[in-house]
Design a binder for this molecule. Sequence first.
Ligand SMILES: [Zn+2]
Length: 163
Amino acid sequence: MQPLTEEQIRESFVNTTKGEAERVPMPGLHEVLWDEREYLGWHDAKAPQRAYVTVWQGDHPVSFVLRAAERRVRNGISAMCSLCHMPQPGAQVTLFAAPRSGEAGRKGDTVGTYICADLGCSAIIRIAPPAAPMQMAPDEIVQRRIAGLQERLDSFTQTVLAG
Ligand SMILES: [Zn+2]
């Protein structure tokens, strides 16, 4: 993804108040490997239930506030992140609720989505599977996962914005 500045991120929140956007704790942007990400996702260290995601929509960034549900997927069963589609142990996938932008969100309407609990989709999809006969080359598999994540991020963004 294209690099982002703190100012760009703060100005791009679509589902929270301006005052709240000003107070969002920022991640260490200088440490981010932008080339290896499809979105920027981080947690509020002081309030771990709160998370934030920034994506590019064409030439402008869009940021969301998300709230993690208390209830996690049970461990011992496997779950799938709806953004990266990687199957994982249940405890590593969390239900996040994103208030819709605009009037709908102010009335309490949210979009619920299961996402990697650590918002680490970009890292997990880049772990190439071992090469196997009768299967796509490992780097081709990774490229397809990247395209899939990008596509599902776009539609998630549209759903939140459609409020
Ligand atoms: Zn994921």
